[in-house]
Design a protein around this ligand. Structure first.
Ligand code: NAP
Length: 285
């Protein structure tokens, strides 16, 4: 697929268009930091913002969106259900709170953030099914345009699909140089999902990797640009985070060069250089 600009889109299984790079907001403090970084991202041309209830910054993310003057319908906005919340009524209420904080009347995408939260460790299948049912209601009410999951592996997907009537459109997982989660990627794709790549810069660890520095020199690009371009060429949807305006702009300039197939493979093979995803069955939150 030929990608030319930040506003190019992937098409989800349900027909919804999703801009090919998302702007990450984890560890972005509520208040001016979140407001300004979202504003910078929208000024730089990003049209896809990723937040979560757990990030505690939805209010300022929403403020940044409003301050940008970009019409809401031109922005693809995602949030995620907080881990300690599961259940039908509880999910409806939590979703409404996200809308209130973000200052919008719909979300483009809402994700189950983790499959097996500590609070529901032994009855996670049932509790996810109940939350999913609530998300289906929100979808019918047109308050939500797509449903998705995050950090789900094969057995979590199978459990969800036993009762889901509306199919998940994306699986947001950790995908970065050397961290390709092949089984989860293959299985998610088999089930029609797009892979969103979180921590595409390894939460900053990518900048310490000598092989990435070599590639940056070879292509005359920055390490961040090589990693984001790699993500796109793998067919993922990368969502880099930065609170630094120049980096925000830099991370979007990835459409005027191409990595060779050998280098795409070489980057995939850099096993463990930025660490690995947490085991979603064994998270302490
Ligand atoms: N679903 C999940 O469970 C989950 C988990 C983790 C992340 N996510 C999502 O994915 C997004 C991205 O992942 P992430 O926040 O973990 O980390 P990341 O995007 O892999 O890395 C962010 C770090 O890289 C730095 N950085 C960004 N661009 C740079 C550049 N061009 N040059 C040098 N440094 C640069 C940032 O610094 P500054 O900000 O200081 O500029 C920050 O320290 C999150 O924000 C969130 O939206 C989802």
């Amino acid at each position: 697929m030929q990608l030319n600009r930040l506003t190019d889109t992937y098409t989800l299984q349900n027909g919804l268009q999703i801009p090919v790079i998302g702007f990450g907001t984890w560890q972005v403090a509520d208040g001016e930091e979140a407001r300004k970084s979202v504003l910078s991202a929208l000024e730089a041309g990003y049209r896809h913002i990723d937040t979560a209830q757990a990030y505690e910054n939805e209010q300022s993310v929403g403020q940044g969106i409003r301050d940008s003057g970009v019409p809401r319908e031109q922005i693809f906005l995602t949030s995620k259900l907080r881990n300690p919340v599961r259940g039908y009524e509880e999910t409806l209420a939590a979703f409404d709170e996200s809308l209130r904080l973000l200052g919008t009347d719909y979300l483009d995408l809402f994700l189950l953030h983790w499959p097996r939260p500590r609070a529901f460790h032994d009855n996670w299948e049932h509790m996810n099914a109940e939350s999913w049912r609530a998300m289906e209601t929100l979808f019918e009410q047109k308050k939500l345009r797509a449903l998705g999951i995050s950090n789900f592996r094969r057995h979590h997907i199978d459990a969800l699909l036993k009762t889901a009537k509306v199919a998940p459109q994306v699986n947001q997982i950790r995908l970065a140089p050397g961290e390709t989660q092949d089984d989860t990627v293959d299985y998610s794709r088999e089930k029609g999902m797009l892979l969103e790549a979180y921590s595409p810069l390894g939460v900053g660890r990518i900048f310490e990797v000598p092989q990435m520095q070599e590639l940056a020199e070879k292509y005359g690009r920055t390490i961040a640009q090589i990693a984001i371009r790699w993500s796109l060429q793998r067919g993922y949807l990368p969502m880099p985070k930065s609170i630094t305006p120049e980096r925000i702009r830099e991370n979007a300039r990835v459409f005027d060069f191409e990595l060779s197939a050998d280098d795409v493979q070489r980057i995939a093979d850099m096993k463990g250089v930025v660490g690995y995803a947490r085991d979603p069955d064994d998270i302490p939150f």
